[in-house]
Design a binder for this molecule. Structure first.
Ligand code: OVV
Length: 393
């Protein structure tokens, strides 16, 4: 018998405090059934990881949200990366791996470091600010579109767009509907930004379009791959940086540890990604009758993977709920793993390292000075408002 749990993972109460429900799902068994949505779910580390690794049994091509592309027409042209299986996926992924290679990202390091230092200097001069808008959003909204080669106008449109796409992996609830309404005016803009002519001749966007000249992909495919960058490249890092600042502000002893050794910045970011898991969930669809633990689940089932619950599974992590920037956190699934593991992780980690490094070197204290507000999203975990005061070191 697969345990059935009366949990709604797409509602305000769950988003406010998902941890008791995470524990209940992990403790109930390797796989559970959520009757409210007629879906299965895995929340233990080993089972989430196992599912991420087995793309043959658990397809992404039927969508990684709750809607099954085999039964319902997708609302947007499917991603050629996220919502594709091999062999198509391997062709597009190989190209994106090249575009976002460690060497390509390394070339950005100096410019990204100057941007981080300048931002933290400016924020120190202000003293009090909203760590969401003025820090976690401000940084990726500058450096990432620069790296893609986007014009300066309207970059903030990337936020409602990302918010909409990440909501659209969940059910058609109020979060989804509101996000669609908010993003409606920017949909055409995003499509226009993906075109070759809209992008500078250097940058990731141009590099993707250049691959079309080489015949690796078609010109139309190049636009859809640029769209992937614009969709997945900003909201994710915003929530990762937000998670890190929120951790450092809540745990002053850990911030002191980081200040004492700024070379921990990269690990401190990684640990925030593990603990807060900015991307909380993705779905897969079973391609055959599959066995999880002792249970058999039929072909065509939507299965929700709780990355955030896996990253706090006490079966895998000691003191799982603790923010410990010296722990060995390699193996967390905050960036996923397997063939769909985050293609931009190198870039995200660079951004995290540089912002947290600047905080470590320049800032003496970070204090939360008002009531933080959570941002509700069917997939992403983060804040809408985080008022803080920073003092110089
Ligand atoms: C990881 C991710 C999230 C959202 C969209 C995409 C990827 C995409 O490839 O479009």
């Amino acid at each position: 018998m697969i345990p059935a749990l009366d949990i709604d993972p797409f509602c305000t109460a769950f988003f406010d405090d998902p941890y008791p429900a995470h524990a209940a799902m992990r403790d109930a068994g390797p796989v559970v059934y959520l009757p409210r949505y007629d879906i299965h779910a895995v929340a233990r580390y080993d089972d989430v990881r196992g599912m991420l690794m087995d793309w043959g049994s658990y397809t992404s091509a039927r969508g990684v949200g709750i809607f099954d592309f085999a039964k319902e027409k997708p609302w947007r042209l499917p991603s050629l990366l996220l919502e594709a299986d091999p062999p198509l996926h391997d062709r597009t992924r190989k190209l994106m791996d090249k575009v976002l290679s460690p060497a390509a990202v390394r070339a950005l390091r100096e410019a990204f470091a100057i941007a981080a230092d300048t931002l933290i200097d400016d924020l120190l001069a202000r003293g009090s600010f909203d760590a969401v808008r003025d820090l976690a959003e401000a940084y990726p909204l500058t450096v990432f579109p620069d790296a893609v080669g986007m014009p300066v106008e309207n970059r903030r449109f990337l936020l409602p767009y990302g918010n909409m796409v990440f909501n659209s992996f969940g059910p058609r609830n109020s979060f989804f509907e509101t996000a669609v309404a908010d993003a409606e005016p920017v949909l055409a803009w995003v499509q226009a930004q993906s075109k070759r002519d809209a992008l500078s001749v250097t940058g990731f966007g141009a590099a993707i379009h250049a691959a079309a000249d080489d015949g690796d992909i078609s010109a139309a495919e190049a636009e859809v791959l640029v769209r992937s960058l614009l969709t997945a490249g900003v909201d994710t890092t915003v929530n990762g940086l937000c998670a890190a600042v929120y951790c450092l502000a809540r745990f002053p002893a850990v911030f002191a540890q980081l200040r004492a050794d700024p070379s921990l910045a990269r690990l401190a970011f990684e640990e925030a990604v593990r603990l807060e898991s900015p991307v909380q969930t993705f779905f897969r669809t079973s391609t055959r009758d599959v066995t999880i633990g002792e249970e058999t689940i039929p072909e065509g089932s939507k299965i929700l993977m709780f990355l955030g619950a896996a990253n706090r599974d006490p079966r895998r992590w000691e003191r799982a709920d603790e923010y410990d920037i010296t722990r060995r956190n390699a193996g967390h699934v905050g960036f996923g793993t397997g063939i769909h593991g985050c293609v931009g992780a190198v870039l995200a980690r660079l951004e995290g390292e540089l912002v947290l490094g600047a905080l470590a070197r320049k800032v003496g204290s970070i204090e939360i000075v008002g009531e933080p507000k959570r941002r509700y999203n069917n997939t992403l975990r983060g804040m809408a408002f985080l008022p803080v005061r920073m003092t110089a070191a």
